[in-house]
Design a protein around this ligand. Structure first.
Ligand SMILES: Cc1cc2nc3c(=O)[nH]c(=O)nc-3n(C[C@H](O)[C@H](O)[C@H](O)COP(=O)(O)O)c2cc1C
Length: 370
């Protein structure tokens, strides 16, 4: 008798071996591709890096309770943020100095994001200028602002971003000083010239001071009044990025500022709460008045689903798309975003929901063994 296996046609593998399949695969590839001190700068967090780990672990402390026989035939991931219609609730969080990771820097990033239908938030500390990135952008993009001690320069940065096409200004409020980043200290890491901030031409070189890369021109004493002033000069919707408490979220919502829950990916204050744990109280306090974005530790489509189910309007990823940038430039960024979106759609379908509005808190239960 013939061995049935011996005559079976050879089935090509779904994914060629070695092709990154998920975000962790991209991380491993980036570790190989990048010089060790650059990879450490990207990966590292403050002090013992507890918060870096907790951000990711928080998702494993929640299990999904999928609904069956819902009769849905597809999923719709569209979401709306301050009037902007997005294909997906996955945004790219601002990360500095893309020139460190790829020769095309933020040009590759903004193009890769557009190829995947996603929105980039451009860092103040980009290696390419606001104008260069605005010219390369084929889709909406946002600008992240570090308020400078010089308010004239601050207003000028926001004006440049608006004129170059940015749709929203994201003001980072969790970095009055830079975190104690021991990997960078041990490596004696300082930004090389191809990673320097192009928007602040003539700025003093970033220095490794107190454990991180720090621009002495960032104002450590920003207040809620400054954010109101900024909203006036920006002429754009404004998010406060780095909110970690319900009372601060309430302050933001009262002023019409979007709430972006973040602990800077665990890079600033170690042992700060994981962002997923902050989310429910913030959502309750904001009560739908303004959008709520969350970042930190999102690595799987199920993580996206869990954050939206707990009330986030959208989520953002930082390190993962930089892994893609380091590994494959524009295509790498595109592939990371696509992988996460594909997983998100799959997770929604398997959870039995057809749209983001269908993602509700009852789909999650505590899972304490993680
Ligand atoms: C290499 C790196 C650079 C960053 N640069 C900035 C920045 O310039 N401005 C900012 O607001 N946040 C910055 N962040 C924080 C991210 O916007 C985001 O909060 C964080 O990366 C989210 O966590 P995740 O990396 O686990 O996704 C940076 C993060 C990393 C990893």
């Amino acid at each position: 008798m013939n061995d049935p296996d011996s005559s079976a046609p050879e089935v090509p593998p779904l994914v060629p071996s070695g092709t990154p399949l998920n975000l962790e695969d991209f991380r491993r590839a980036a570790r190989v591709a990048l010089p060790a001190p650059v990879f450490d700068y990207l990966e590292g967090g403050a002090a013992d890096e507890h918060t870096v780990a907790w951000n990711e672990q928080a998702y494993r402390r929640k299990a999904l309770a999928p609904r069956v026989l819902t009769g849905h035939t597809g999923v719709d991931t569209r979401c709306s943020l301050f009037g902007a219609e997005l294909e997906s609730p996955v945004l790219l969080a601002p990360t500095a100095a893309h020139g460190l990771f790829h020769a095309d820097g933020e040009i590759a990033t903004v193009r890769g994001a557009a190829d995947a239908g996603a929105l980039l938030t451009l860092s103040t500390f980009s290696s390419r200028t606001i104008e260069e990135v605005g010219a390369a952008a084929r889709r909406p993009w946002w600008f992240q602002l570090y308020v400078q001690r010089d308010r004239g320069l601050t207003a000028d940065l926001v004006r440049r971003a608006r004129e170059a096409g940015a749709g929203v200004c994201v003001v980072t409020v969790d970095t009055p000083v830079t975190g104690w980043r021991e990997r960078d200290l041990r490596n004696g890491f300082a930004l090389p010239s191809h990673g320097r901030p192009a928007n602040l031409a003539g700025a003093p070189t970033h220095a490794v001071t107190g454990g991180g890369i720090h621009d002495p021109r960032i104002d450590p004493a920003v207040t809620w009044d400054d954010l109101e002033w900024l909203r006036g000069v920006a002429g754009l919707p404004v998010f406060a990025k780095g909110i970690q408490r319900a009372d601060d979220a309430g302050q933001a919502a009262e002023r019409g500022l979007g709430v972006w829950i973040s602990n800077h990916g665990g890079r600033n204050l170690d042992t700060a709460r994981p962002t997923l744990d902050v989310l429910p109280s913030v959502v309750a306090r904001v009560d739908g008045r303004v959008p709520v974005v969350l970042d930190g530790g999102i690595r799987r489509g199920t993580d996206v689903v869990k954050a939206i189910a707990l009330g986030a309007t959208a989520v953002a990823v930082g390190r993962p798309y930089v892994w893609g940038l380091a590994v494959g430039g524009r295509e790498g960024v595109r592939d990371v975003v696509r992988a996460l979106r594909r997983e998100t759609e799959l997770a929604m379908a398997l959870t039995g929901v057809a749209s983001l509005a269908g993602l509700t808190p009852d789909l999650l239960v505590p899972h304490l063994s993680a």
